[in-house]
Design a binder for this molecule. Structure first.
Ligand SMILES: Cc1cc2nc3c(=O)[nH]c(=O)nc-3n(C[C@H](O)[C@H](O)[C@H](O)COP(=O)(O)OP(=O)(O)OC[C@H]3O[C@@H](n4cnc5c(N)ncnc54)[C@H](O)[C@@H]3O)c2cc1C
Ligand SMILES: *[C@@H]1O[C@H](CO)[C@@H](O)[C@H](O)[C@H]1NC(C)=O
Ligand SMILES: *[C@@H]1O[C@H](CO)[C@@H](O)[C@H](O)[C@H]1NC(C)=O
Ligand SMILES: *[C@@H]1O[C@H](CO)[C@@H](O)[C@H](O)[C@H]1NC(C)=O
Ligand SMILES: *[C@@H]1O[C@H](CO)[C@@H](O)[C@H](O)[C@H]1NC(C)=O
Ligand SMILES: *[C@@H]1O[C@H](CO)[C@@H](O)[C@H](O)[C@H]1NC(C)=O
Ligand SMILES: *[C@@H]1O[C@H](CO)[C@@H](O)[C@H](O)[C@H]1NC(C)=O
Ligand SMILES: *[C@@H]1O[C@H](CO)[C@@H](O)[C@H](O)[C@H]1NC(C)=O
Ligand SMILES: *[C@@H]1O[C@H](CO)[C@@H](O)[C@H](O)[C@H]1NC(C)=O
Ligand SMILES: *[C@@H]1O[C@H](CO)[C@@H](O)[C@H](O)[C@H]1NC(C)=O
Length: 766
C-alpha cells in the first residue's frame, strides 16, 4: 500500500523542467539531447529528425552490471511504452514493454513498434553499459508516449542493480527498481537534427527486440526432470501467506498430515530469515515494524513476486511479511452481503479465534508510549474540529463513520506479528505438519473432478509430483494474484486463459480439454484505489527524516531492543474512517485515511475508497505464465467516482476554513485530487465464493471449487466484497472460518497414509 507501482512511481509530471543538454557521443558521432540523473548516473539521450513523426534515436546508459535500466516514454498512471535494456555478458538485451501501472510490465504486443541496435554506440564494460538504438514506430498517438508535436517531454526512468532471473531472455521478468526511479524533462526541439537520416542508417537490420512471449518466469528449459515424492499427505496447502498458514495450522490440529508449500524463502528471524539488519543481527528487515515503509529500499528486495500482475509478497508469510502492518478488524457490515454461512453472526466466532492469537494493537510499544506524534497531534485536533471523534480501532471495530484512531497494527513485543509468528510455531510443534520452502505449486493433478496430488517446481529444471492420501484435499492459498494461475494451469477457468497456458512457454501439463472446468476465475477482481492528499501545516510540526528509520541512531536501537521507540512502530501515525452515503445509486461507500508526516510542514493522507465500492476488473495470464490485469478495477462505475469526489470536496472544505490549522493549495479541486491514484495492494475476488454454480462464482460456501471433489481456495481470491479497512485481518478471519468448513466437510473422513495406491484413486471423495 505504501509502495508505489512501477509506473505511478514515475509520475511526477508537471513539476519537471526540461534539463537536458546537447551531447555528442564520440563512439557513434550522434548528437543527443541528454539528461543524466545526478545520483545514479543513469542517462538518456534522444535525437529526432527535423520533422518528427514516429521514430527517434535513443541512448540509454547506466553504471550497472546486473539488473536493468528502463525508460518510460511518458509519466502517468495510464499505460506507458517502456524501453528496457540490460547487459548480458558482452551484449545488451533490450525489450519493449507496456506498463499498465503494475510491478512487472508485460512485453509490448504491437508489431508496429521495433528497436534496432546502433552497434557503434552500444557497449558493455566491467562497470557500465550503453545501448544506442533506433526506435521505429515509437512515437504513438494513443497517449502511451510523448507526441510528435511536443516541444518538451516528461519521461520516466527506473534502475535495478538486482540480477535478473533470466538475463538472456528479452521477455524475462523484471525485478523491483531498487536502485532508483523518477521523472525528468527533455528538450525535444533542440533534439532535432538535419543529420538524423545519416545516423538512422547506422541501425543494424537484425532487430534486437524481443519474441512476443510475454513477461513472467522467462524461458523454461526443455530438459525438466519430474520425480514422484514417496510421501503422501491428507492435505496439501499451496501458499504460506495470511490464509495458508492459518488454514494449514488448523487442519494439522485435527491430527491430519499437512504439507504447506511456499514458493519463497524464510522471512522473520524466528523462521530462519537471513536478511538481518546491520544494527541488530537477530532481527530481519521483516521483523522491524518501522521497516514496513522502507522495504523496497532495503538491502534485500527479493521478497516481491516477479510474475504477478501487481505487487505481492513471495516469501514465508506472503504479503503479511512485507506489508505496512495495518490490522483493521473487519466489522459486521463488511460481511453483510457475503453468501449463506458467512454472515457476521457465524463468522464472529472465527474472528475471535484469530484475535486470541493475533490481537492487533493501537499501542505497540512495551512502555505504553507513542513516539513521533507530530502528525497525530495536528490531525486529531483538526478532525475534532470537523465533527470526527476518537475511538480505539482495535477495541471498537464497529465504529467506522466520522472517527479516527491511533493506527491499529499487527505488532507485538515491538516486532511484526502475524501468522509466521503466531501460527507457524504451533503448526511446527505438531507431528504431522511439514513446511516446504522454495517450492512453487504449478498445478493440481486431476483425474476428472478428483484431485490426486500436485505438481511442484523445486528448481529451474526440477519438478515433483506429490500425491494425496485417500480422501485428501488440496487447498489453494497463493493469494488473489497467484491462485488464479494455479487454477488456469489445472484446466480451471475461462477457456481463453487455459488456452494461453496450453499455447504458452511454461510447459504445463493440462488435463484433456474435455476435462477443463469453465469457471469465472479472474473475472471479479477488486482493489482499493489510493489517492494522495498533501496538506500544509500552518505551524511547523516535528517530523522525522527517513534516515531516522533506515539508519537509526543508538538511542533508537537501544529503545528497539526493549520493544519500544520509533522503530517498534509502523509508519502510520493516524487513521480515520468515514462514509459517503448519499450517492445517486444509494450505496454507502467507506473511506479510510492513513496519515503520516513526510516533512516538518506537511501532512500526507492516503485516502482509500473501500467497502461498498462497485468497480471490478479482470485478471488473466500471459503465455510466459505471469498474471496480468486485463481490465483495471478502479473507478469504472459512476457511483465510485461520485463518492470519492464527494469525499474530496468535503476534505477541501475542511482545509479551506479560515481557522483551519491545515491548508491545501488554493487551486486544488476534487477532480485534481482523484486524477492520480495507485493500487491499494488489496486485491480480492479472483475466485469468487457464491451459492450456486451459475457462472458467477468459482467456489461454493464450503470454499470448494465447483465441479471438483476436493479442491479448495481459502485466500483473498474468494472474498466477494472489499472490507472497510486494509485486507489482511479479514483474510485471516475468513481463513479461520474456511478451516472449520473444510474440516466439517472433509476432516472426519481423512485417513492416515494408505499403502494401497489403488485405493488412493477412489473417486468416492466423501
Ligand atoms: C505492499 C503491500 C502492502 C500491504 N499493506 C497492508 C497493510 O498494511 N495491512 C493490511 O491489512 N493489508 C495489507 N496488504 C494486503 C495484505 O497483505 C493481503 O491482503 C494479504 O496478505 C492477502 O493474504 P493471502 O493469504 O490472500 O495472500 P498472501 O499473503 O499474499 O500469501 C500468498 C502466499 O502464497 C505464496 N505463493 C504464491 N504462489 C505460490 C505457488 N504457486 N506455490 C507456492 N506458494 C505460492 C506466496 O509466496 C505467499 O507466501 C498489503 C499488501 C501488499 C502487497
Ligand atoms: C564503461 O562504459 C561507460 C559507458 O557505458 C563509460 O562511461 C565508462 O567510462 C567505461 N568505463 C571503462 C572503465 O571503460
Ligand atoms: C538442461 O539443459 C541445459 C541446457 O539447455 C543444461 O545447461 C543443463 O545442464 C541441463 N540439465 C540437466 C539436468 O540435464
Ligand atoms: C523417501 O525417500 C527418501 C530418499 O529419497 C528416504 O530418505 C525416505 O526415507 C523415504 N521416505 C519414505 C516414507 O519412504
Ligand atoms: C480416474 O478415475 C477413474 C474412476 O473414476 C478410474 O477408473 C481411473 O483409473 C482413474 N485414472 C487414473 C489415471 O488414476
Ligand atoms: C491456442 O492454439 C489453438 C490451436 O492450437 C488456437 O485455436 C487458439 O486460438 C490458441 N489460443 C490462444 C489464446 O492463442
Ligand atoms: C535486537 O533486537 C532484539 C529484539 O527482538 C533484542 O532482544 C536484542 O537485544 C537486540 N540486539 C541488539 C544488539 O540491540
Ligand atoms: C451528499 O451530501 C453532501 C454533504 O452532506 C452534499 O454536499 C452533496 O450534495 C450530497 N450529494 C447528493 C448527490 O445528494
Ligand atoms: C524537522 O526539523 C528537525 C529540526 O530542524 C530536523 O532535524 C528534521 O530532520 C526535520 N524533519 C524532516 C522530515 O525534514
Ligand atoms: C496549482 O498551481 C500550482 C502552482 O502554479 C501548479 O504547479 C499546479 O499544477 C496547480 N494544480 C492544479 C491542480 O491545477
Amino acid at each position: 500500500m505504501f509502495f508505489k507501482s512501477f509506473v505511478s512511481a514515475l509520475a511526477l509530471p508537471s513539476l519537471i523542467q526540461a534539463a537536458s543538454v546537447a551531447y555528442t557521443d564520440s563512439a557513434s558521432g550522434i548528437t543527443f539531447q541528454k539528461w543524466t540523473d545526478a545520483t545514479t548516473s543513469f542517462s538518456f539521450g534522444i535525437a529526432l529528425p527535423a520533422s518528427p513523426s514516429t521514430d527517434f534515436i535513443g541512448q540509454i546508459s547506466a553504471p550497472i552490471t546486473d539488473g536493468y535500466a528502463a525508460l518510460a516514454l511518458r509519466t502517468s498512471m495510464a499505460s506507458s511504452l517502456l524501453i528496457v535494456a540490460w547487459p548480458n555478458g558482452e551484449t545488451v538485451v533490450s525489450s519493449l514493454r507496456e506498463a499498465t501501472g503494475y510491478t512487472n510490465p508485460d512485453v509490448l504486443d504491437d508489431s508496429t513498434v521495433t528497436l534496432k541496435t546502433i552497434e557503434t554506440g552500444t557497449s558493455v564494460n566491467s562497470t557500465a553499459f550503453t545501448y544506442t538504438f533506433l526506435c521505429s514506430g515509437c512515437i504513438k498517438t494513443d497517449d502511451s508516449t510523448f507526441a510528435a508535436s511536443d516541444t518538451t517531454a516528461s519521461l520516466g526512468w527506473a534502475l535495478s542493480t538486482t540480477a535478473l532471473d533470466t538475463p538472456a531472455s528479452a521477455s524475462g521478468a523484471l525485478n523491483y527498481h531498487s536502485a532508483g526511479f523518477g521523472g525528468f524533462g527533455i528538450d525535444l526541439t533542440s533534439a532535432q537534427s538535419s543529420s538524423y537520416a545519416t545516423w538512422e542508417a547506422l541501425a543494424s537490420d537484425d532487430s534486437s527486440t524481443t519474441p512476443d512471449t510475454g513477461s513472467g518466469s522467462g524461458t523454461v528449459p526443455a530438459n525438466i526432470t519430474t520425480t514422484i515424492s514417496n510421501v503422501t499427505y491428507d492435505y496439501i496447502v499451496g501458499g504460506a501467506g495470511a490464509a495458508g498458514l492459518i488454514v494449514a495450522e488448523r487442519l494439522a490440529e485435527s491430527g491430519a498430515s499437512v504439507l504447506l508449500l511456499e514458493r519463497g524463502k524464510a522471512s522473520l528471524y524466528s523462521s530462519g530469515g537471513e536478511a538481518t539488519m546491520d544494527w541488530n543481527n537477530t532481527v530481519t528487515q521483516y521483523d522491524v515494524p518501522s521497516m514496513g515503509y522502507y522495504l523496497s529500499t532495503a538491502s534485500d528486495t527479493t521478497e516481491y513476486c516477479t510474475d504477478t500482475a501487481s505487487q505481492a509478497g513471495c516469501i514465508l508469510g506472503g504479503s503479511t511479511s512485507i506489508n505496512a502492518m495495518m490490522f483493521v478488524k473487519p466489522n459486521s457490515n463488511d460481511f453483510s452481503k457475503w453468501p449463506t454461512g458467512w454472515g457476521w453472526d457465524t463468522v464472529e466466532a472465527s474472528a475471535e479465534r484469530l484475535y486470541k492469537r493475533t490481537p492487533g494493537t493501537t499501542s505497540p510499544n512495551t512502555d505504553g508510549k507513542l513516539y513521533d506524534q507530530g502528525a497525530w497531534d495536528v490531525l486529531s485536533t483538526w478532525l475534532d474540529g470537523n465533527g470526527f471523534s476518537e475511538v480505539d480501532a482495535i477495541a471498537e471495530p464497529e465504529k467506522k463513520r466520522k472517527i479516527y484512531s491511533h493506527p491499529p497494527i499487527m505488532v507485538s513485543n515491538g516486532l511484526r506479528a502475524g501468522p509466521v509468528r503466531d501460527y507457524l510455531p504451533l503448526a511446527q510443534a505438531l507431528p504431522k505438519f511439514s513446511l516446504q520452502l522454495n517450492s512453487k505449486l504449478l498445478r493440481v493433478v486431476r483425474n476428472g473432478s478428483s484431485i490426486t496430488g500436485v505438481e511442484v517446481s523445486t528448481g529451474a529444471a526440477t519438478r515433483q509430483i506429490i500425491n494425496l492420501n485417500t480422501n485428501g484435499a488440496v487447498i489453494l492459498a497463493s493469494g488473489a494474484l497467484s491462485t488464479p494461475r494455479v487454477l488456469f494451469n489445472s484446466g480451471i477457468g475461462p477457456t481463453a486463459q487455459i488456452q494461453t497456458v496450453s499455447n504458452g512457454s511454461t510447459q504445463i501439463t493440462l488435463p484433456a480439454s474435455a476435462d477443463w472446468i469453465n469457471l469465472p476465475v479472474g473475472e471479479h477482481l477488486q482493489d482499493h484505489p489510493i489517492f494522495t492528499v498533501t496538506l500544509q501545516t500552518k505551524e511547523s510540526l516535528t517530523s522525522l527524516a527517513s534516515t531516522d528509520f533506515t539508519a537509526p541512531d543508538q538511542t533508537n536501537i537501544d529503545l528497539f531492543a526493549k520493544g519500544t521507540g520509533v522503530l517498534a512502530q509502523s509508519g502510520q501515525r493516524l487513521n480515520f474512517w468515514t462514509s459517503i452515503a448519499n450517492t445517486t445509486d444509494g450505496v454507502e461507500r467507506f473511506i479510510q485515511g492513513t496519515c503520516n508526516s513526510p516533512a516538518n510542514d506537511t501532512v500526507r493522507i492516503k485516502v482509500y475508497l473501500t467497502h461498498g465500492l462497485t468497480s471490478t476488473g479482470t485478471l488473466g495470464i500471459t503465455s510466459a505464465g505471469a498474471t496480468k490485469i486485463t481490465k483495471e478495477p478502479y473507478l469504472n462505475t459512476a457511483g465510485d467516482k461520485e463518492a470519492i469526489l464527494a469525499f474530496m470536496t468535503q476534505l477541501i472544505s475542511y482545509a479551506s476554513k479560515s481557522d483551519s490549522t491545515l491548508t491545501i493549495a488554493s487551486n486544488t479541486t476534487a477532480e485534481s485530487l482523484i486524477a492520480e491514484y495507485v493500487t491499494g495492494s488489496h486485491f480480492v475476488g479472483t475466485a469468487l465464493m457464491g451459492t450456486s454454480n451459475d457462472g458467477t462464482s468459482v467456489v461454493d460456501t464450503d470454499t470448494k471449487v465447483w465441479g471438483t471433489d476436493n479442491l479448495y481456495v481459502v485466500d483473498a481470491s474468494i472474498h466477494p466484497h472489499l472490507p472497510t479497512g486494509n485486507t489482511q485481518a479479514i483474510v485471516m478471519v475468513a481463513a479461520e472460518h474456511a478451516s472449520k468448513k473444510i474440516l466439517a466437510k472433509a476432516g472426519s473422513t481423512t485417513t492416515t497414509p494408505s499403502k494401497c495406491r489403488a485405493a488412493r484413486r477412489r473417486r468416492s471423495y466423501l
